[in-house]
Design a protein around this ligand. Structure first.
Ligand code: GSH
Length: 294
């Protein structure tokens, strides 16, 4: 039983990130189809075969239902996989998580409009409008409320990582990417997202797949990404890899990477490049590199 997940660009599609995190964080099976944000055809045109869907993410269930709203995707997955923990089991925490995710889904227009997610850039010098300040103030209220309502207090909003956190992951990316002013508690929550291996995997793919799109560029000074600095690595043309089989597919290696004096091989340039972008984000790779079970 596998789902088909239709996604937008890894660097720019904030709604796609939410759905992908649900699958990745909760270990659900999926095949992915990526739409081209650079193409002349609109997203809706590229999805003409999936009507009435017209935005990403869109989920196609194993029996062929088209689920084209991210909140509906979260709810449908939670119904189908109750054991996965997509919502908290505690009723109070669950109700709180659902409330926050729903408000995220329907609100924060100023933050979303003025600070589009761009995982390839971090800016300094952005001056938030009053409307963005109001959205940030509302975030503080919601996040404080979740922390006060749900036990135990931890890095995530309502207990263990859940759909509510997946919904706020792109908000964390915006706060980080635009250097938005938030409280210490909110900064800690943003840092938890930036360090989350699943978030890092998505961002690593966003750094290496697809073109940089001018419509997402902003006229501010570029600064270093405020998340964990990846371990240094680079693509190389030659060398003798330590592995014969790609850590992801098991196929023979064709594309090489060097990191800390060691050479590893992958079965295609994308597998190599996403690993080069953030080697420690990929359990199958780190297990091979460090000689431990994934
Ligand atoms: N309400 C939708 C929003 C999805 C959405 O707006 N996705 C954007 C990409 S992040 C999109 O598909 N834009 C293409 C367009 O509007 O033409 C959801 O929750 O999934």
């Amino acid at each position: 039983m596998t789902y088909d997940l239709i996604l937008g660009d890894y660097a720019y599609s904030s709604w796609s990130l939410r759905a992908w995190l649900l699958f990745n964080r909760f270990g659900l099976p999926y095949r992915v189809r990526i739409l081209d944000f650079k193409a002349e055809a609109s997203v809706a045109e590229q999805m003409a075969d999936l009507a009435p869907a017209r935005t990403v993410p869109t989920l196609i269930t194993p029996e062929g239902a088209v689920v084209s709203e991210s909140l509906a995707i979260a709810e449908e997955l939670a119904s189908r996989h109750p054991e996965a923990g997509i919502w908290p089991t505690d009723p109070r925490a669950r109700a709180t998580a659902r409330t926050l995710a729903a408000e995220m889904h329907s609100g924060f227009a100023a933050l979303r409009g003025e600070c589009p997610m761009n995982l390839r850039r971090a800016y300094s010098g952005f001056a938030p409008s009053d409307a963005v300040h109001a959205d940030l103030a509302r975030l503080e209220v919601l996040w404080d409320h979740a922390r006060a309502t749900c036990a135990p207090p931890g890095p995530w909003l309502c207990g263990d990582y859940g759909a509510v956190d997946a919904f706020f992951a792109p908000v964390a990316a915006r706060i980080a990417g635009y250097g938005l002013p938030v409280s210490e508690a909110a900064r800690a929550y943003v840092a938890a997202h930036l360090g989350d291996p699943a978030f890092r995997r998505w961002r690593a793919m966003g750094l290496v797949r697809g073109a940089s799109l001018a419509r997402y560029a902003k006229p501010f000074d570029v600064t270093a990404w405020p998340g964990p600095a990846p371990r240094p690595a680079r693509a190389v043309e030659s060398g003798t890899p330590e592995n014969q089989a790609c850590p992801y597919s098991g196929d023979p290696v064709t594309d090489l990477m060097e990191g800390e004096g060691r050479i590893f091989g992958f079965c295609n340039p994308f597998c190599r490049d996403k690993t080069v972008a953030d080697p420690d984000a990929w359990p199958a790779f780190t297990a091979m590199r460090d000689g431990v079970a994934a």
